[in-house]
Ligand binder design. Structure first.
Ligand code: DLL
Length: 456
């Protein structure tokens, strides 16, 4: 950890986080050369792929040569379940995590001692970038268990020198009591769970002065700028975005800084990002949207090479006001595989969220239910109206006329903004299932029988 003077922002590892571009690239090049050699020798899948592509690790001279290296995909992890992509002997694996995914077997990831130590370092960096400080009480409501959110952030927070409350997900009532009694300054959770907590605080008329929260570090699922505003208002915290995925490490791959709040700094000494056109696989220039691809530069147990995340983002290299030089990625707009095609119209759930959150009478609780009716795909947007609206009506069923106007308004906005014709069902407050971790936004019944719920 570096000691910062009064005029400088608090930066956990200034030496690394503020390296010049040349320094970053030289460090990445040598790490990448070693990595490619290592995976070629220790993981049969990489040897096979590199040989098929006619690529030899020693051919990588500069970072630009990475474009000649084959991609890795989630299906490679599934096909080599559970340990086929591990690069070190099994007795050197200190921990396993897994993410359940939407189909079949989970994807399994492993960590060596060094990996765990690097992971807590990038999580501590991320917490510090959000404004957390040694000595803070940090309430960690990411799920503990196979999901990387809980334990990943837990060790990062301890490494920072904070006091961690390992609350995990669920038992919201008790969590609120703990927030009051332990005086946490920082909340870690998914944005949907933060909203769930905020609404319970409001409903139970708990005085906000009894809760000391100032910062919320939210991630693990896509969320919009509109949702950020709602959470900030409801919970009265500064809300910041944290990104990561288990295949690459877990939380702490990138983090929005409190000073800039424009894009998330990727910890480039560990994770080398690229943005590609998902159709052609070609690298797109900085500032253009595409699929995010990562190569882990220092992972020992399960390194990944050009791993296609399926997440849609962009990279910016402009200087950030916080002083960190590490490249920033735009908040993940969506996952490519979350894209819904409804009668030829391509839409992401986050685009529907933007429209719904622009309407005052609606609460941010919604689900999209898709069914096939007489060979046609139909999407029903189920969204709760606000408590205030129902109070004004007296009773939910007394709002019939207004409900019909409101339904029309939502339908028109969805049509105008997204070109989508959708059915809309207004729901009573508290009838859309609440999230305890990652929210389930889409219920796709078109292929009933197959696993169809998106969201993990
Ligand atoms: O969600 C790791 C994590 C935990 C990140 C806690 C942040 C906080 P997985 O379960 O493997 O890992 O899911 C990874 O979640 O590919 C994205 O699609 C999505 N995701 C993660 N963070 C964000 C975010 C964890 N900030 C998948 N914004 C990723 C949007 C996110 N999507």
């Amino acid at each position: 950890m570096s000691v910062s003077t009064k005029s400088e922002a608090f930066i956990w590892n200034r030496q690394v986080e503020c390296l010049s571009r040349d320094e970053v690239e030289s460090l990445q090049t040598s790490a990448l050369q070693q990595l490619l050699q290592r995976v070629y020798e220790s993981v049969p899948l990489y040897k096979k792929r590199f040989d098929e592509a006619g690529f030899k690790p020693e051919q990588l001279r500069t970072l630009a040569d990475l474009k000649n290296v084959p991609f890795t995909r989630k299906s490679d992890l599934r096909d080599n379940y559970p340990f086929g992509l591990f690069a070190i002997p099994k007795d050197k694996i200190r921990r396993l995590h897994a993410s359940s995914g939407t189909k079949g077997k989970p994807t399994v990831v492993g960590y060596s001692d060094t990996d765990l130590s690097n992971w807590k370092e990038v999580c501590a960096r991320s917490l510090a970038a959000a404004g957390a400080r040694p000595g803070d009480v940090i309430h960690n409501a990411y799920g503990y268990g196979l999901f990387t959110g809980g334990l990943g952030m837990h060790y990062g927070a301890e490494h920072l020198g904070a006091t961690v409350v390992p609350a995990s997900g669920g038992r919201t009532q008790q969590q609120i009591m703990l927030l009051q009694d332990f005086g946490a300054r920082v909340l870690l959770s998914t944005p949907s769970y933060a909203l769930n907590m905020a609404l319970m605080i409001e409903e139970q008329q708990i005085p906000r002065s009894s809760i000391k929260l100032e910062i919320g570090i939210f991630g693990a699922e896509p969320w919009t700028e509109e949702l950020r505003q709602q959470i900030e208002e409801a919970l009265r915290v500064k809300a910041l975005d944290i990104y990561g995925l288990s295949e690459v490490m877990g939380p702490g791959v990138s983090m929005e800084c409190a000073e800039g709040r424009q894009g998330l700094h990727i910890w480039e000494d560990h994770f080398l990002p690229e943005i590609i056109d998902p159709k052609t696989g070609q690298i797109v220039p900085d500032g253009e949207e595409g699929e995010l691809v990562f190569t882990t530069l220092r992972k020992e147990a399960m390194p990944v090479v050009r791993y296609r995340t399926g997440d849609v983002s962009k990279l910016y290299r402009e200087k950030c006001t916080c002083g960190r030089t590490m490249v920033r990625m735009e908040r993940v707009r969506a996952r490519l595989d979350d894209m819904l095609i409804i009668r030829g119209v391509n839409i992401y759930p986050s685009e529907v969220e933007k429209v719904l959150l622009s309407i005052d009478e609606l609460s941010p609780h919604y689900q999209l239910v898709i069914e096939r009716k007489r060979a046609l795909d139909v999407m029903e947007v189920q969204v709760e109206v606000t408590e205030q609206l129902v109070k004004r009506w007296g009773h939910f069923s007394d709002g019939l006329v207004e409900m019909s106007d409101l339904t029309n308004k939502i339908q028109c906005l969805l049509k105008d903004m997204l070109g989508l014709t959708a059915e809309v069902r207004l729901m009573k407050p508290k009838t859309v299932p609440r999230s305890e971790g990652k929210a389930v936004r889409v219920i796709d019944r078109r292929h009933e029988g197959a696993e169809s719920e998106k969201g993990r």
